[in-house]
Ligand binder design. Structure first.
Ligand SMILES: Cc1ncc(COP(=O)(O)O)c(C=O)c1O
Length: 439
């Protein structure tokens, strides 16, 4: 009997494949291909011994082990939430007692990705507007699109999102009667995926001021995604936007164990304004009524025992070596091409390259074809952008990740990329003929 077609929900119909999936598949299936594309973490430093010791300790105590093997609560393991709150306060130089929120506003999730999803589900209806940095974390763009949201991008410079341009955008939205649709301002404000850049302290204040000033008929929230905060290699930590939100009303803060500890454990969390925590908790209840309890106990014990912090020290050293290898290789490979620009990331896992405007980097571009022929893979920058208000999409950038490739692979991968780029005529010819680009 012929089958009737499925009638998918509107949400499922709006949900598209991640463009990056094809690239990840290609990286896994092509022997010899060096992937500087995948945002996977450094393998040799994954904390195998620390996690084994932690589990040994946990399973040496059968009642504690049984508690960890049982279902937990929707909001998550209380000692972990308390610990995260203490750590968050310490990072921002505050005492836990002085915070304008409590452990009741901390939600444990399956990675920070689930927190991003839950916040979207709690706030967004089709036609709502979310403003992000341009470029931005493309997986979140897909979440937003599947909820029917319109995504607008605000350009960045070396100090992060241009909040002056955000202000202009908000004014324009107000003049055109669209301010009522703006729900969220999303920032990855520490060593951003994909640019590696961070939001400067004065812009953090400006961002919060804008969120408040333009909150008219409803509150516009800032979603502060601090996924890479612990992966700092240079300079002192910068205080969060959340700590400026002294009434706990405007900022959702999220971070994760994935990048600084283990993505296989997949524990993330959010600190939410109380009136958002209530619906978020209900939605989390519908998703799974609580993240894997065992993993939460593991995360707590890693923090409590100090193993997390000692691991972090080793991990930072591994990433500094990789970051520096990538920067040195880029410098050596693109020395003769001042039109190719990048900034030094002070943390995280990514380096963002901008080519002259006439060099296309997209999935079907000559550069991609040459790069694949040479055996190196990058993420086309256009995956991280949405078209601007005039319909234009930046197509001359690439994201390189120094997370999972070894130092030797990073050096060889960048050499291959430069070789591929050299074959493109648009990068040849006298320097003065090429457009100077400010990264
Ligand atoms: C900026 C950013 N936010 C959130 C996530 C989600 O990470 P996880 O769900 O593993 O915590 C990622 C993963 O790459 C990311 O880059």
């Amino acid at each position: 009997m012929p089958q009737s077609p499925l009638q998918l929900s509107k949400l499922a119909s709006r949900t598209k494949d991640q463009p990056i999936s094809l690239f990840m598949k290609m990286a896994i299936e092509t022997p010899g291909l060096i992937s500087l594309a995948a945002g996977l973490v450094d393998e040799p430093s994954l904390p195998v011994a620390e996690i084994r010791e932690t589990f040994d300790g946990l399973f040496a105590n059968p009642p504690a082990a049984r508690a960890a093997l049982q279902y937990g609560t929707t909001e998550g393991y209380l000692p972990l939430r308390q610990k995260l709150l203490e750590r968050y306060a310490a990072e921002d130089g505050l005492s836990p007692d002085s915070l304008p929120f409590s452990v009741d506003d901390v939600l444990i999730t399956n990675g920070s990705q689930q927190l991003l999803y839950i916040v979207s589900e709690a706030l967004l209806d089709p036609g709502d507007i979310v403003i992000t940095e341009a470029p931005s974390y493309f997986v979140f763009h897909s979440v937003l699109t599947s909820h029917g949201a319109e995504v607008l991008g605000v350009p960045m410079d070396d100090h992060g999102m241009r909040t002056d341009l955000l202000e202009t955008m908000l004014l324009r939205l107000e003049q055109t009667g669209k301010l009522d649709r703006v729900k969220l301002l999303y920032t990855v404000d520490y060593f951003q995926n994909p640019s590696g850049l961070s939001l400067a302290p004065e812009r953090r204040r400006h961002l919060l001021e804008l969120a408040r000033r333009f909150s008219k008929k409803h509150r516009i929230l800032i979603l502060e995604d601090a996924a890479y905060r612990d992966l700092r290699y240079d300079g002192a930590d910068v205080r969060s936007i959340k700590c400026l939100d002294t009434t706990n009303s405007s900022v959702v803060y999220t971070s994760t164990f994935s990048k600084p500890c283990s993505p296989g454990v997949r524990v993330g969390f959010g600190i939410l304004p109380h009136d958002l925590m209530i619906p978020a908790h209900r939605i989390k209840g519908n998703h799974d009524f609580g993240s894997a309890n065992l993993n939460q106990h593991l995360a707590y014990q890693m923090l409590q025992s100090g193993r997390y912090d000692s691991h972090l020290k080793d991990l930072r050293a591994a990433y500094v070596a990789k970051r520096d290898a990538m920067l040195e290789s880029l410098q050596a490979a693109f020395r003769e091409w001042p039109g190719v620009k990048w900034a030094k990331p002070a943390g995280g896992m990514y380096c963002w390259l901008r080519f002259p405007a006439d060099v296309q980097t997209g999935p079907d571009s000559p550069l991609m074809k040459e790069a694949l022929r040479e055996g190196v893979l990058y993420v086309p920058g256009q995956f991280c952008h949405v078209a601007d208000m005039t319909g234009k999409l930046a197509t001359n950038e690439i994201r390189l990740c120094f997370g999972v490739a070894t130092v030797d692979q990073i050096r060889e991968g960048v050499r291959r990329l430069a070789k591929a780029a050299k074959r493109l005529t648009s990068l040849q010819g006298p320097v003065e003929d090429r457009e100077a680009v400010v990264a």
